[in-house]
Write a protein that binds this ligand. Structure first.
Ligand SMILES: *[C@@H]1O[C@H](CO)[C@@H](O)[C@H](O)[C@H]1NC(C)=O
Length: 349
C-alpha cells in the first residue's frame, strides 16, 4: 500500500526529472537513430582526384602558422590540443608550399586512402553533429572533410585551390521525421523539401562535385558564376560514399555553445573513443593562409590573382563556423529558399 507520503515523494522526484533540460540529458548519448536511418548516400565524381581525408591524418601533416611564421613543428597539433590555439592560426602544410605547381601534391593531400570501397566505406571518417533546436526540431549535420580543394578552371584559368576543405549536408528533422535537406555549395548552398529529392530506400542521394566538393542533389553539370565568369561543377555517380559506415559523432548544444561526444562507427568510433570534442570549438583555419601575390613569392608559391580571384586561397574554418545555430535550414539565415524542384539551385556569388 503506497502512502500519501510515499506518493508525494515520488511526484517530487518525477517533477525534478522532467525539469532537467532535455539537451543536458542527451550529452554523451548516442546520435538519434533517424540521423543514421536517413543519412545521405553521397557519390564522389568518377574522375575525382582529391579524396575524403581523416582530420587526424591531416593534423599529422600540418603545422600551426600565424602570418606565415610557424609556431610549432609538423604534427605538433592534435585534435585534443587544437582548441588551445588562437583563431588566427592557419594549419599549414609542413611540406612547404605544397600548392606550388612545381611540387607534386603529397599523398596525404590527395588522400587516396580515403577512396571508398565497393560498399561505400571510406577509411576517412566523416563527422556527424546533431543539434537539438527545440523539443520538435533537430538538425543533423553531415560534415565532409578533404585535405585539398581543387577550385577548377574558369576561362582556362585555375582559381581557388586551397589546403583543407569542409563541406556539409544538413537534414532537418521535425518530430523525428525528415523535413528538408541542405547542401553546401561554395559561397552558398541549396535547400530542398525532403519529398522532392532522389532516394535509395530511405536515404537521400547527394553528389559531390569534382575537386571543390560542393554538394548537389542531381548528377550532371552545375553552373555558378564567380567574378571571372561561369564555373561548371561536375557530378556523377562515381564512388559511393556511405558516411554512416565510418564517422565521429557529436552533439552541439546551442545554449552553451559546447560540443560533446556521441556515438560513432568504424575507425571514427575507435579514434573518437580516445579523443575529446574540444577540437570542434576551434575557430581557426584548416589550411595554408592565402599566399601573397608578389613577384618574388609567386616564383616559389605559384600564386597570382586576377581581380579578386586568386589561384591559391586560404584554408577554411571548421564546422563551428558553419552556423550550426541556424533557424532556417540554410547556412545563410537571411536568404533561404526551400526548393520543391531538385533542378533549382541557389545562385552563387
Ligand atoms: C523549433 O525551431 C525551429 C528552427 O529554429 C523553428 O522553425 C520552430 O518554429 C521551433 N519550434 C518550436 C515549437 O519552437
Amino acid at each position: 500500500m503506497v502512502s500519501i507520503y510515499q506518493l508525494s515523494i515520488f511526484l517530487v522526484f518525477a517533477g525534478l526529472a522532467s525539469a532537467v533540460p532535455h539537451s543536458k540529458l542527451q550529452k554523451r548519448d548516442a546520435l538519434p537513430d533517424y540521423a543514421i536511418t536517413y543519412a545521405p548516400l553521397s557519390y564522389l565524381y568518377s574522375g575525382e582526384k582529391w579524396f575524403p581525408s581523416d582530420i587526424k591524418t591531416h593534423l599529422e601533416n600540418v603545422q600551426p602558422e600565424v602570418n606565415y611564421v610557424a609556431s610549432g613543428g609538423s604534427g605538433s597539433v592534435t585534435l585534443d590540443t587544437l582548441s588551445t590555439y588562437a583563431s588566427d592560426v592557419y594549419l599549414t602544410a609542413s611540406d612547404g608550399p605544397i600548392l606550388n605547381p612545381l611540387n607534386s601534391t603529397p599523398a596525404w593531400a590527395l588522400s587516396d586512402y580515403g577512396i571508398p570501397d565497393s560498399t561505400g566505406l571510406s577509411t576517412a571518417p566523416g563527422t556527424i553533429i546533431a543539434v537539438e533546436k527545440n523539443s520538435t526540431t533537430t538538425d543533423v549535420f553531415y560534415f565532409y572533410f578533404y585535405s585539398y580543394n581543387y577550385g577548377g578552371t574558369v576561362l582556362g584559368v585555375n582559381t581557388d585551390d586551397h589546403v583543407g576543405d569542409w563541406e556539409h549536408v544538413m537534414i532537418r528533422f521535425v518530430n523525428g521525421e525528415p523535413y528538408a535537406i541542405y547542401c553546401s555549395e561554395h559561397s552558398a548552398g541549396s535547400a530542398y523539401y525532403w519529398d522532392v529529392v532522389t532516394f535509395d530506400g530511405d536515404r537521400p542521394i547527394t553528389y559531390v562535385a569534382y575537386g571543390g566538393h560542393a554538394n548537389y542533389v542531381t548528377a550532371g553539370s552545375q553552373e555558378y558564376t564567380i567574378a571571372l565568369g561561369l564555373i561548371t561543377d561536375h557530378t556523377d555517380a562515381g564512388y559511393l560514399w556511405d558516411m554512416t559506415l565510418n564517422y565521429r559523432g557529436y552533439w552541439y548544444d546551442v545554449d552553451t555553445a559546447e560540443f560533446s561526444v556521441a556515438s560513432g562507427a568504424g575507425i571514427g568510433a575507435s579514434e573518437e573513443a580516445d579523443e575529446t570534442a574540444t577540437w570542434l570549438s576551434w575557430e581557426g583555419q584548416w589550411g595554408d593562409e592565402q599566399y601573397p601575390d608578389d613577384v618574388l613569392d609567386d616564383l616559389e608559391t605559384g600564386q597570382w590573382c586576377i581581380s579578386t580571384e586568386c589561384h591559391y586561397t586560404s584554408g577554411p574554418t571548421g564546422p563551428v563556423a558553419k552556423n550550426l545555430e541556424r533557424t532556417t535550414v540554410c547556412e545563410n539565415d537571411d536568404s533561404c529558399t526551400i526548393f520543391d524542384n531538385i533542378n533549382d539551385l541557389t545562385s552563387q556569388s
